[in-house]
Design a protein around this ligand. Structure first.
Ligand code: SF4
Length: 147
């Protein structure tokens, strides 16, 4: 049986980015020929594609996920979606996530204040939850696969 790897769906070339653009990174799929790829995107099933952009915002000391235009707090919805995914895939042995995303970014995501200024760089909500659950797996960033 092949080992399983979780990969952000957009870097596999799926139509799921907020702006509707496709951004496939061929070197990722090439590097994973020996693996069973588990595609992951928490945003598209909840909000569709294309959709309003979301940001990680620090509010009262807590990171919340807020939509760009109508300022809707979608943190709990995303958390539920990501938890459900993790429960379905406890056996993953590798994780490769999209850089800078409010969901998938691992140590690369801008965290904003109420004025939408960048106050630090941190994790998206999915990367954060995955790093808490998959404690034995080092999360990889797509950037190391770009040529
Ligand atoms: S970065 Fe993550 S949430 Fe955003 S489109 Fe890609 S897979 Fe979906």
């Amino acid at each position: 049986m092949k080992k399983k790897v979780i990969v952000s769906a957009c870097i596999l070339g799926e139509y799921c980015r907020y702006d509707g653009k496709i951004k496939k990174i061929n070197t990722v799929t090439e590097a994973l020929k020996e693996y069973e790829i588990i595609s992951f995107c928490p945003e598209a099933p909840l909000f569709g594609t294309p959709r309003e952009r979301i940001n990680v915002m620090q509010i009262k000391g807590e990171n919340r996920i807020i939509t760009e235009e109508i300022n809707r707090d979608v943190t709990d919805l995303l958390r539920e979606e990501i938890h459900a995914f993790i429960q379905q895939h406890p056996e993953a042995e590798r994780i490769i996530l999209k850089s800078k995303s409010p969901s998938c970014g691992y140590g690369t995501t801008p965290i904003l204040n109420a004025k939408k200024e960048i106050i630090k760089i941190g994790n998206g909500i999915a990367a954060e939850l995955m790093s808490e659950y998959y404690t034995d797996i080092k999360i990889e960033d797509e950037c190391s696969y770009e040529t």
